[in-house]
Design a protein around this ligand. Structure first.
Ligand code: SF4
Ligand code: SF4
Ligand code: SF4
Length: 239
């Protein structure tokens, strides 16, 4: 059964344990960073940082607030990155979990920048050898009946993981509770992704890439339709 995350940003304390656990589990090196005027560190996702707790200080209803957004791959149900790569040895969707996986072959496919550009949430990052990297849902842990590393260390209840149906129900129920206090609260793109965020305010207040770029999933569907049409006509003419 496909899996999903539910990330309740209203419970996130920005402790960054998830960010550190992700690095630790994947053996990713620390990066040299600079102070960019925020507690957020590092400044952005990278080839060596798959999970980043984004922090934005902004004015809401006349008072300053910190908004926290633990960013990672959304494991899209119809991933534009996979369609753009067009090579299942480079990017594929794990059939058991729904995890979207990048392999070292990404360094050999043409159009790496197009793959990056196709992501509605600005997730993939490339190395100096043109390999792409991002969150892999901790597939190795899932295959050994363990939770993703970032979920195991979150003590506030912000990070949740499980079967998609159960997670969606949990997210919808929690949304109703949160809306009592924050009427604008919403789930971000729950029908498109397997990393479902609950936010109390407009997604753009958290991060520019918190919600999908306009039209990006429509484009994927058009590409998929074209692929199917090509297959259908090839079949029809070759018998
Ligand atoms: S571990 Fe949980 S509370 Fe801490 S930053 Fe990550 S999501 Fe937020
Ligand atoms: S969020 Fe981006 S990188 Fe992740 S599966 Fe979707 S398109 Fe691919
Ligand atoms: S699921 Fe694994 S790879 Fe993805 S953000 Fe969490 S710890 Fe990192």
């Amino acid at each position: 059964m496909s899996k999903a995350f539910f990330i309740d940003t209203t419970l996130c304390t920005a402790c960054r344990a998830c960010q550190a656990a992700c690095k630790q589990w994947h053996g990713l090196p620390a990066e040299e960073t600079i102070n960019s005027g925020s507690y957020q560190n590092p400044d952005d996702l990278s080839f060596n940082t798959y999970k980043l707790v984004k922090m934005n200080e902004c004015m809401i209803d006349g008072s300053m607030r910190w908004l926290f957004f633990p960013a990672q791959c959304r494991h899209c149900l119809e991933p534009p990155c996979e369609y753009m790569a067009g090579d299942s040895s480079a990017i594929y969707k794990d059939s058991a979990t729904g995890a979207v996986i990048f392999t070292s072959v990404t360094g050999k496919v043409a159009g790496v920048d197009d793959i990056i550009g196709s992501c509605p949430y600005d997730v993939p990052r490339k190395s100096d050898k043109n390999h792409l990297a991002k969150c892999d849902m901790c597939l190795d842990r899932l295959q050994n009946n363990l939770l993703p590393a970032c979920v195991t260390v979150c003590s506030s209840g912000a990070m949740n993981f499980g079967d998609r149906k159960t997670i969606l129900k949990q997210a919808q129920e929690r949304l109703l509770v949160v809306q009592n206090k924050y009427p604008d609260a919403m789930l971000i793109d729950p029908d498109e992704v397997s990393t479902i965020y609950l936010v109390a305010f407009a997604p753009s207040k958290y991060s520019e890439s918190a919600s999908a770029k306009a039209g990006s999933f429509d484009l994927t569907r058009k590409m998929a339709f074209k692929k199917m049409s090509r297959w259908f006509f090839a079949k029809a003419f070759t018998g």
